[in-house]
Design a protein. Structure first.
Length: 143
């Protein structure tokens, strides 16, 4: 059974994320569970997902959906600071495996919206966590 799409290709947040991911060597996009996901290489490991949720994030204990929640693998050095950041959250399903989420719609981002340089940096660091040595060499060479 296929999942319904939970995004719009014209969504400006998705457009910006795709632009940032396009700079990463051989990064590929695949729709999984109705959400855009990105892997390091066509058969590589997942490094980013757009859309997620927080278990128990609603008053009734239900899942709070964050359509503009970017899920990523944080750099272990940065993880404590990210966990303390009010924009960040422990994503359902992915959190126990070490993933973090950042709510790109969070009020803490301010009226200007997300800091896209910061978002691109989070994507690069997450990519580095799963990319092969060959892909890392291409990234470091500026390919």
């Amino acid at each position: 059974m296929s999942h319904p799409l939970m995004f719009d290709d014209a969504d400006p947040v998705l457009v910006r994320l795709r632009e940032a991911v396009a700079r990463l060597p051989e990064a590929t996009e695949k729709i999984s569970h109705g959400r855009p996901t990105w892997k390091a290489g066509p058969t590589g490991k997942l490094f980013a997902v757009l859309g997620g949720g927080i278990k128990g994030g609603l008053p009734d204990g239900g899942m709070r959906r964050l359509d503009h929640g970017l899920l990523f693998l944080p750099d272990p050095v940065d993880e404590p600071a990210l966990r303390a950041d009010p924009r960040c959250f422990l994503p359902a399903y992915y959190g126990p495996a070490g993933w973090c989420g950042i709510d790109l719609d969070s009020p803490e981002t301010g009226p200007a919206g997300p800091d896209w340089e910061e978002v691109a940096e989070l994507l690069v660091l997450s990519y580095r966590r799963v990319a092969t040595r060959r892909l890392l060499a291409l990234l470091d060479a500026g390919a």
